[in-house]
Ligand binder design. Structure first.
Ligand code: ATP
Ligand code: MG
Length: 568
């Protein structure tokens, strides 16, 4: 990939600027950040943006980043997600060292902070049910009304709250609310709920608790307990910031982290909301969280994306407060750029067309020894056998070639990569009129690397020797959705209507050069002239290799979109 096509990389961002200033002014000596996923799903490319930011900032400023699970909702959380998240963060290249924590580690302290609020008259036990609470909350244009339980005495509140903790009440009968302002224009400040009763076993604390703190209460206080200096979150939490600051100010918090919001990543032609990803998985529209069409980190890994490509992508999109809708090509280009540097080359014929080289001896085999990587001689060479019967790709032959078609056609010449120039002498048809095979002749004087090479043949195509090649299965992936903004054209917003029916094409008759027999799961190759392909880590077997197409060599979608919009 040439540099002129590369998207420029932002050197820094407004968050790093703030942090630099805080260090320069002496406000902080050390920077502490955190990445706080809820273990209710696997990580996606949007999370990668947050991971690269939080861990990246800690690395850049020699600080630390906590890997903290926000595990306050025992209903939806699962240990399988915890393990998957840790694996993905590590795979992406980040290390939390000793700083692996859970909001649930702080349940006892959080509880004491809640009692402190009650003692100060800043929180009360609410005994209305959820509907009644909602009724009095007001709307964006109308203020809320005070709850009849708002003026309970401190003693009553403490007694009730302790009984809540002791399991004396049923789910939904009481909650603890902050006492802030029911008339606040910011609905988050209208006496938000801090604790609720949930008689459900928690994946870490088991049955130790039957009351659980809510996100807003837990988050800021966990930040403070960890000494987080900059709590970086996405823009939807902007309206929660006054509550974040209120809570920290009202309790004896050990420090005052600063919340800074940035815009979340949106990518065209995909969905990144966990709720939707879960739906895709549960309703089996995809083959699990790591389906190579999913933009989860596990899906991208299985698809063949190297972690460096994802980090490069995150660097390119940068950090800002402006809403964005990133083109998929930015992600794909990052993969192309990284893989171009690292992927060994190989020849693979996806749709084989038999070619018999009639003037080549029947029992002869030659071995060519091209480099594994054209720009990296350290990767060494490979052996590619050549014989009388080869496969070329159906796409590289036309009965009726258009002008300037430089591949094979009746009577025309083409160079076989690393080998010879051949001429198509005869086309053999099936009984139904389809091209079955080609009879060609080769010119011995045109062997690659010899002096006679100087002959003018414009096209070069790839091939494999039939008797030496290895049959493999190849899965060609395309975007999971046909709409750049899935669900946007549907009155009900049903994004499933926009699923791409052709998002996977399985090609079972492919042939690859024999060196690929050594390929291991997750190895990525560049199939010359075709794209980057990765050995599937789930379903590939040494005796039945399966390759996933990571990305094509060029951005075919940009061209399609241009054609569709009539600009071409
Ligand atoms: P979703 O909205 O998809 O359900 P979430 O925000 O609830 O995701 P969390 O597990 O809470 O998922 O996210 C952990 C961190 O990752 C949060 O700090 C969140 O802001 C960040 N994050 C999640 N999605 C994105 C995104 N698309 N772009 C940037 N950061 C994101
Ligand atoms: Mg969240």
């Amino acid at each position: 990939m040439s540099d002129k096509n590369s998207t420029p990389t932002p050197a820094t961002d407004f968050i790093r600027n703030i942090i630099s200033q805080d260090l320069d002014s002496g406000k902080h000596q050390h920077i502490v950040t955190r990445f706080p996923p809820e273990p209710n799903g696997q990580l996606h490319i949007g999370h990668a943006k947050s991971i690269c930011l939080n861990f990246g900032v800690a690395n850049d400023f020699d600080g630390k980043c906590f890997m903290r699970f926000d595990d306050t909702n025992p209903v939806k959380e699962d240990n399988e997600y915890v393990e998957g998240i840790l694996r993905d963060v590590r795979w992406l290249g980040f290390d939390w060292g000793e700083n692996l924590t859970h909001a649930s580690d702080y349940f006892e302290q959080l509880y004491l902070f809640a009692e402190e609020l009650i003692q100060k008259g800043k929180a009360y036990v609410e005994s209305q049910n959820a509907d009644e609470i909602r009724e009095l909350r007001g709307t964006l244009t109308e203020p809320g009304k005070n709850s009849p339980f708002r003026e309970r005495s401190v003693v009553d509140n403490l007694t009730l709250f302790r009984k809540m903790r002791d399991g004396e009440f049923d789910d939904g009968t009481h909650v603890l609310r902050a006492k802030i302002d029911m008339a606040s224009p910011n609905i988050n400040l209208r006496d938000p709920v801090l604790y609720r009763i949930r008689k459900i076993s928690h994946q870490r604390t088991a049955d130790q608790w039957c009351i659980y703190p809510l996100y807003d209460f837990t988050h800021g206080l966990s930040d403070a307990l960890e000494g987080v200096t900059h709590s970086l979150c996405t823009l939807e939490f902007e309206d929660h910031r006054p509550l974040y600051e209120w809570i920290l100010a009202e309790v004896s918090a050990p420090c005052l982290p600063r919340q800074i919001e940035f815009s979340r990543l949106n990518l065209r032609y995909t969905v990144l909301s966990k709720r939707r990803l879960i739906q895709l998985v549960e309703e089996r529209h995809v083959d699990g969280w790591d389906d190579p069409r999913m933009l989860t980190l596990s899906g991208l890994r299985r698809r063949g994306y190297p972690p460096s490509a994802i980090r490069l992508f995150c660097k390119r999109i940068g950090i800002s407060k402006s809403e964005n809708n990133i083109e998929m090509s930015v992600l794909e280009d990052s993969a192309r750029e990284e893989l171009d540097k690292t992927a060994p080359r190989a020849m693979a014929v996806l749709r084989p067309l038999k070619v018999v080289i009639t003037n080549y001896p029947e029992d002869k085999t030659e071995e060519f020894e091209p480099s594994r990587h054209p720009k990296n001689p350290d990767m060494g060479t490979r052996k590619v056998p050549f014989s009388r019967e080869i496969y070329i790709d159906h796409d590289d032959f036309r009965i009726d070639p258009p002008a300037k078609y430089f591949r094979l056609a009746p009577g025309k010449e083409v160079r076989l990569r690393f080998a010879y120039v051949i001429r198509c002498e005869e086309v053999i048809y099936d009984s139904d009129g389809k091209v079955r095979e080609l009879h060609c002749t080769y010119d011995q004087a045109t062997r690659s690397g010899t002096k006679a090479e100087g002959r003018k043949v414009k096209g070069i195509i790839h091939w494999v020797s039939i008797q030496h090649s290895v049959p493999v299965e190849v899965r060609l992936y395309d975007r999971l959705f046909v709409n750049p903004s899935p669900g946007s054209d549907d009155p009900g917003g049903n994004f499933l209507n926009d699923l791409n029916p052709d998002s996977i094409e399985t090609v079972t008759s492919c042939r690859v050069e024999p060196g690929l027999l050594k390929a291991k799961p997750a190895d990525v190759y560049q199939f010359e002239r075709v794209g980057y392909f990765c050995v599937d880590s789930k379903e590939s077997r040494p005796e039945a290799l399966v390759f996933n197409r990571t990305v094509t060599l060029r951005d075919t979608w940009a061209k399609l979109e241009q054609e569709n919009s009539g600009q071409n």
